[in-house]
Design a protein around this ligand. Structure first.
Ligand SMILES: *Cc1c(COP(=O)(O)O)cnc(C)c1O
Length: 409
């Protein structure tokens, strides 16, 4: 792989991958099926004896090109793309773990991942939720049957930052898969391989695609985990380089059998979006910083949650690990203000559930994305009823600040 920088590599990857007609973007290949002149070749592709495409649920050239981009961005060995971020998370967990296995997960978790971890407990996979901002809590929860530790880089919506580096060392000592959801930081701000992650999750829907116009997810194997000592790899996938056992099982069991496959049109949108990841992320981080500094001083805002503020409990950790503090922040208004009234007064900020868009989006979390979770779990995650989460976009900062000033006035 090229030793060039993050952006240069990403921008020129398609062109260097044997393109038709010298195209600069990988073409959108809609074909579901692939024909072979020699039927023996088709058989060999099925048996994994030669590379090739057989059916669109498992493999598509446009999706493969995107997977290569994600691998390059994460400095990983190989990636598998899925229809959504949740498709990537659920397919990966269900293809690698079995009944009786145990997961230690951060308690500060994306709501739908939290819900999925509830579902797998009904299937006999045990999950312990711990405060992962301190490695000691993760260490105390690890048992003989622990197979995987799951954390997010910056958690949603309170922006807690997991004790990423020591948890990596702990997982290495214990021989446990370390799965890091990098969605909130994106590979522009952070590569989880640098803290020893085995597997990296990215919701491509968010910052990587970046425009709110396509869903997608990816799992990247960093190459750091020793799959030879992992007990759940099927014998069928062991006839090759052991570093590929994990991603092969994720692709076969997760993608082929469960079928949350990414379509080629979405893959194209996401690949084009990824070309400006760094530019967008830097602008969105600057906007988030300016707005949080404004809110932090404002008398009508009770609390501001943003890793870029020196008062944030993990501010130092974020400064050491990340290239920037992210574009996600939350605020609690003072008790006298109604969060819905405030949101309705904003003009350049859209009330919407997505994040990582070019537009600034806001959502009252307790009433929406964290509603189903219930009051008790919300309280344990530090989510107040008045909390509003923002995903800073790339608008002109003066307009955003004027909007906040007006809505708080
Ligand atoms: C959005 C999100 C996901 C799920 O991604 P989808 O593409 O919406 O399925 C997973 N993890 C985090 C941290 C997210 O923000």
């Amino acid at each position: 792989m090229s030793k060039k920088g993050f952006n240069t590599t990403n921008l020129h990857l398609d062109r260097k991958d044997n393109p038709e007609h010298g195209v600069l973007h990988k073409a959108i290949h809609p074909s579901v099926a692939y024909g072979y002149e020699d039927a023996r070749e088709l058989a060999e592709v099925f048996q994994g004896k030669r590379p090739g495409y057989n059916y669109g649920r498992q493999l598509n050239p446009t999706v493969t090109a995107l997977q290569n981009k994600i691998s390059a961005m994460e400095d990983g060995l190989a990636s598998a793309a899925f229809a959504t971020g949740m498709g990537a998370i659920s397919s990966t967990i269900l293809s690698l773990l079995k009944q009786g296995d145990h997961i230690v997960s951060s308690a500060y978790l994306f709501g739908n991942t939290n819900s999925f971890f509830g579902t797998i407990q009904n299937l006999g996979i045990e999950v312990s939720f711990v405060d992962a901002t301190d490695v000691e809590n993760v260490a105390a929860a690890i048992k003989d049957n622990t197979r995987l530790v799951f954390v997010e880089t910056i958690a949603n919506p309170v922006t807690q930052i997991a004790d990423l580096l020591p948890i990596g060392q702990l997982c290495r000592e214990k021989g446990v898969i370390y799965c890091v959801d990098n969605t909130m930081t994106s590979p522009h701000l952070f590569t989880p391989k640098s803290v020893g992650a085995s597997l990296v999750v990215n919701s491509l829907t968010k910052y990587i695609g970046g425009h709110g116009n396509a869903l997608g997810g990816a799992i990247t194997d960093t190459g750091l985990f020793d799959w030879e000592q992992f007990p759940n790899i099927s014998d069928s996938y062991k006839g090759q380089d052991p570093s590929l056992w994990g991603i092969t099982q994720i692709k076969k069991k997760g993608l082929r059998d469960m079928g949350a496959s990414l379509g080629p049109e979405a893959a194209h949108h996401l690949a084009v979006g990824s070309e400006t990841l760094s530019l967008r992320m830097e602008k969105a981080c600057r906007n988030a910083k300016a707005i949080t500094e404004f809110c932090d001083k404002h008398s009508k805002v009770k609390n501001v949650y943003y890793p870029g503020l020196s008062s944030h409990p993990q501010h130092k950790r974020a400064a050491e690990l990340f290239r920037g503090f992210g574009a996600l922040f939350s605020i609690d208004l003072i008790d006298e203000l109604d969060c819905f009234d405030f949101l309705n007064k904003l003009d350049s900020v859209v009330s919407s559930s997505n994040l990582g868009d070019t537009r600034t989006l806001a959502i009252p979390v307790a009433h929406t994305i964290y509603y189903e979770m219930g009051a008790e779990r919300r309280a344990s995650m530090g989510i107040a009823d008045s909390m509003i989460r923002f995903s800073a976009g790339i608008e002109d900062v003066e307009d955003l600040l004027a909007d906040f000033e007006k809505a708080l006035g």
